[in-house]
Design a protein around this ligand. Sequence first.
Ligand SMILES: NC(=O)c1ccc[n+]([C@@H]2O[C@H](COP(=O)([O-])OP(=O)(O)OC[C@H]3O[C@@H](n4cnc5c(N)ncnc54)[C@H](OP(=O)(O)O)[C@@H]3O)[C@@H](O)[C@H]2O)c1
Length: 296
Amino acid sequence: MKILVIGQTGQVGHEVCERLTEKGIPWYAPDRKELDLSRPDQIQSCLNRHQPDLVINAAAYNNPVKAENEPSRCFSINRDAVAELADCCQRQGIILFQLSSYRVFDGTKQEPYNEKDPTNPIGVLGNSRLQAEQQIRERCERHIILRLSWIISERRPNMLRRLTEQILVNSEVYVTPDQLGCPTPADDAARIIIAMVQQLDCGAQAWGTYHYSTTESVSESNFAEILIAEASQHRDLSVRKLIMANIESREGIKPPANGTLSSNKVLNTFGVHARPWRSAVARIVREVCELRSYPP
Ligand SMILES: NC(=O)c1ccc[n+]([C@@H]2O[C@H](COP(=O)([O-])OP(=O)(O)OC[C@H]3O[C@@H](n4cnc5c(N)ncnc54)[C@H](OP(=O)(O)O)[C@@H]3O)[C@@H](O)[C@H]2O)c1
């Protein structure tokens, strides 16, 4: 199976490519010059050039705040390019493996979301992700949509990096006690993606929508406390006080209060088990603390 990965520079895309190399699975990842999703006309020629059996789309417009100010760019990358990608994959018999997000839900459910729960996205970004999913279901029979919870890594902006950087530098850090998620290391998401891809390669016809998140949910404020405990083992911290601010007090677009997902369907269908996140968080915090660009 030859795989084309879109979004190689991203948190998950990077780890997917690392794992594909480890497993000896042939892959190719176009750079932004070759494939810019805001230029959907480039999609067909890219697929013609590389003739993949499966496309993993790990690329997305991911900034919820900016998305409110430039909705047409967000919809063009997240929905319109994905619709074109789905059409091309269908025509060429290519499997489309699309990453999606807990942001298709409004976050009002008290338990982890499962795949049958009604969607109701908040804001431009969530709407663009949901509409992308709808386009894929309508256009490309052989597809997988994998929704993920909070993605963390030492690379690129993410919740762990944002909080850790603030803890290192600021004396007061604002956190929300009522925002829940399952921090999911990018390499753990990649582990699940590759396991699913290998089973598709062996003939599994398990098309549809799946959720994956790690086993333990945590609020942003409790997560910040864990990050303080971890970071204090490596650096003197500036933070003296965590200031609790409810989600409702946030200005602008609010994230879904509950970003936790149930991984039961992916376990029952593909036999892949969710993992805990705490040991990975210890490693990632150490790596973030060791980055030279922060004040000592
Ligand atoms: N981050 C989270 O907390 C989170 C949570 C749930 C779900 N997800 C989903 O999981 C997937 C992977 O997320 P991630 O955190 O790994 O993403 P990320 O680190 O933000 O990376 C996004 C990737 O998309 C690429 N990209 C953006 N605009 C593009 C365009 N116009 N054309 C081509 N490529 C473009 C970026 O390329 P450049 O390097 O050139 O910018 C980068 O490779 C996404 O679908 C995301 O929505 C993420």
